[in-house]
Design a protein around this ligand. Structure first.
Ligand SMILES: [Zn+2]
Length: 493
């Protein structure tokens, strides 16, 4: 049956008012202690402590097309300690020079002190000032940003510093530079301890866990943009997403203080697919996000005629609560409408049950049989087999006879199942058609696709979801346009 609800889909301007403070989850305290203890140079790059969100969505900016975050190029990519650091060499700016000198110090196993650091001058001396004459001097080159090494004594007469722990010149930029190739690979999980170990084996010098962590975070920020900035970018991204994808509905809910609470996205293509072409079935689930601000990812998927998964809506919220699910479902209802034939399948989370009851009073909420089974503590494989037989039974008679067997072999499971309500989990007793979907596995498959992205900043995560969907639609359209099988041969008799 086709659900004719497109008339319900209308463009509604965001209801929320201009947020007054941070747009991120909670406070921004996490970044306050991020100062590098080894900092002693031009590394100052303070994060905004209190970023006011101005004229929220009241202007329609043209922002760059995706990707939103272009990786910032790492300075001194092809660094060579012997050929790069010598008199007469020039660097793009003071930052590039500083990074190179720090890398050299790490590689040589010496420490230095900052001396004369001004916007036009750069000078470093060996940490053991009184017994060692090692030094380097550089100056700004004319009116340009470039810096040129004007003087250098490259001979250390002091003891090597590698015996001291936590190399003081290995700031976050140095560590990020070293880790850059590894950080670009989303599939790799870099732990602080591993970074410490890598630096030790590569440079024969130690850094602290904090140094490793700060370097990694800074490096990720260079590649992905900061999690904080990503929240600020989200409304721009959504605005453009709606503009470029007809029928797309996006919403952000912020609390009274303007702190981000919830996000809803349903691409126009997904809504049209569901309303016009899919069976009235939605499988919903939540997955936990990682990264600095954590959060929960909400997803609803439908199933097409080839039993392929079609993601319909996507969301991010603080936690899996009744309020979050209800708000998210209320926007979902605007997209697809309530319908007496609509079936939801999810786990037995009370928040989902409440949201479906409140927002889709006409629809029916069935539970995932696999999740239900996990609560039954079924004794053995045979009982599990029996359980699935009961769930999938087509007739009330088949259901009853197998339930009688279950009552004999494991009565506690029988009572739990009766308590849950057979109409919620049994195919024979479901008031609507379950279309052979007994579990919420399909939505978990979509979550599995994004498992590598759960640490990404919010806008990048959203973009990844939209890109994945766009890619799927593109590929299916290509297949549909070219496949020979679609051209039904004319039979001749
Ligand atoms: Zn020295």
């Amino acid at each position: 049956m086709i659900i004719k609800t497109m008339n319900l889909v209308k463009k509604i301007e965001p209801k929320f008012s201009k947020p007054e403070s941070s747009f991120t989850f909670g406070s921004f305290d996490e970044n306050e202690n991020e100062q590098n203890h080894c900092f002693d140079g031009v590394d100052e790059n303070p994060q905004p402590i209190h970023h006011k969100w101005k004229n929220f969505m009241s202007f329609k900016p043209d922002i760059p097309e995706t990707p939103l975050y272009k990786s910032k190029p790492m300075i001194s990519k092809h660094y060579n300690k012997d050929s790069d650091v010598k008199i007469g060499n020039t660097f793009d700016n003071q930052e590039a020079l500083d990074l190179t000198v720090r890398l050299k110090a790490l590689e040589d196993g010496y420490k230095f002190l900052s001396q004369n650091i001004t916007p036009d001058r750069y000078e470093r001396k060996c940490y053991h000032l009184k017994q060692c004459a090692w030094s380097i001097r550089a100056r700004r080159w004319g009116d340009t940003d470039k810096f040129r090494i004007t003087g250098m004594n490259n001979v250390h007469t002091c003891p090597k510093t590698q015996t001291y722990p936590n190399h003081r010149n290995a700031n976050k930029k140095v560590i990020a530079h070293i880790l850059n190739p590894k950080l670009k690979d989303n599939r790799r999980v870099l732990k602080g301890k591993d970074i410490e170990q890598d630096i030790l084996s590569q440079y024969k010098t130690s850094i602290s866990y904090q140094q490793a962590w700060r370097g990694k975070e800074y490096g990720l920020e260079q590649i992905r943009g900061s999690p904080y900035e990503s929240f600020e970018m989200l409304p721009y991204y959504l605005h453009n997403l709606e503009r470029k994808n007809k029928g797309t509905i996006t919403r952000i809910k912020a609390d009274k203080e303007g702190v981000f609470e919830l996000l809803f996205i349903a691409l126009g293509a997904s809504i049209r697919t569901f309303v016009n072409h899919l069976r009235p079935l939605l499988i919903i689930d939540a997955a936990h996000l990682k990264g600095q601000y954590k959060g929960t990812n909400l997803v609803a998927v439908g199933m097409d005629g080839n039993n392929q998964i079609v993601p319909i809506a996507f969301g991010i919220c603080k936690g899996e609560t009744g309020l979050c699910w209800s708000w998210w479902m209320s926007v979902l209802k605007e997209c697809i409408g309530d319908n007496p034939n609509l079936l939801f399948i999810s786990d037995r989370h009370a928040a989902i049950a409440l949201a479906v009851r409140n927002e889709f009073p006409l629809a029916f909420h069935a539970v995932c049989c696999r999740h239900l089974m996990m609560n039954l503590a079924l004794k053995n494989k045979k009982t599990k087999g029996l359980y699935w037989k009961i769930c999938k039974a087509y007739t009330a008679e088949e259901f009853r006879s197998n339930m009688d067997i279950l009552q004999t072999v494991q009565s506690d499971a029988y009572h739990k199942l009766m308590e849950a309500g057979p109409q919620r989990w049994s195919r024979a007793h479901c008031p609507l058609i379950r279309f052979n979907y007994m579990t919420s596995n399909s939505v978990e498959s979509v979550n599995a696709c994004s498992v590598l992205n759960i640490k990404l900043p919010i806008t990048m995560l959203t973009e990844t979801y939209c890109k994945m969907l766009q890619k799927w639609y593109f590929e299916r359209r290509e297949v549909a346009a070219n496949i020979e099988a679609w051209k039904i041969p004319t039979k001749t008799y």
